[in-house]
Design a binder for this molecule. Structure first.
Ligand SMILES: CC(C)(COP(=O)(O)OP(=O)(O)OC[C@H]1O[C@@H](n2cnc3c(N)ncnc32)[C@H](O)[C@@H]1OP(=O)(O)O)[C@@H](O)C(=O)NCCC(=O)NCCS
Length: 212
């Protein structure tokens, strides 16, 4: 549990938080459709039982930021396959519009990264952000993520398509020194062939139990 910045409480959500999580998650999908692959009508978090089970699971975690109620959420999950269990993926980052630009998003991401570091054997964290979520890309870069591939036309909604940057962060073995590096955004990322990006994306499927 972390109080940061000023009066903000960031803590792991549990089953009792299911209703508040579902309400904010739905608001997120409606307000920022290109930030998430899920749509309100196909989102797995429509099911309260699913959400309660997910919030109670040990190999994944959902964190909430509280300031007069739940104002931000982020999830992180570990790959289930044995040969991929060194990887976690962040999903579902969202901060209410009125609470943005005050450090809430970063506090949530840092809490998710701390969770990844707490899992023995986890060495890498992955995340994706579409070109229509530039604030998210900037945030992830600011804590050390680099882009390893760009997937063209990753999401389509009506006539609008958006590419997605796939990013990775190599953890530093638990020292925490890599969590916040303001200059990291100036580092260059690599752009892989779209086909390879697709394959790697597929390899990560299942993390977050479909709650992207
Ligand atoms: C992305 C999001 C979570 C950021 O939350 P936030 O609380 O505003 O973020 P913070 O205040 O912690 O900012 C952290 C960093 O994010 C980036 N950032 C935040 N707002 C930004 C903006 N308007 N323009 C550019 N970069 C921005 C910056 O790198 C910032 O670091 P800095 O303050 O040192 O410059 C929020 O904008 C959001 O919910 N957007 C809609 C949903 C979304 O895009 N989710 C991401 C899914 S991958």
């Amino acid at each position: 549990m972390a109080a940061d910045p000023e009066g903000l409480l960031v803590r792991r959500l549990g089953s009792d938080d299911a209703m508040a999580f579902m309400a904010l998650r739905r608001a997120a999908l409606l307000e920022a459709p290109f930030a998430f692959a899920s749509s309100p009508e196909d989102d797995v978090t429509r099911s309260r039982e699913f959400v309660q089970e997910a919030l109670a699971a040990s190999d994944q975690a959902t964190f909430g930021a509280f300031a007069e109620g739940l104002i931000g959420i982020v999830g992180i999950g570990r790959q289930r396959h044995l040969k991929a269990a060194h990887k976690c993926e962040i999903w579902g980052l969202y901060v209410k519009p009125g609470a943005r630009s005050g450090g809430v998003g970063r506090a949530l991401v840092l809490e998710a990264l701390a969770f990844a570091r707490s899992l023995a054997g986890v060495t890498h964290v992955y995340v994706g952000a579409t070109e229509r979520a530039p604030q998210a890309t900037s945030l992830y870069q600011s804590v050390g993520f680099i882009t390893w591939g760009v997937e063209p036309a990753a999401l389509r909604l009506g006539e609008v398509v958006a590419s997605e940057s796939h990013m990775a962060l190599a953890l530093d073995g638990g020292s925490g020194q890599q969590a916040h590096r303001p200059n990291a955004s100036r580092r260059c990322g690599c752009v892989l062939q779209p086909q390879l990006a697709q394959v790697m994306r597929g390899a990560l499927a299942g993390v977050g139990r479909g709650m992207q």
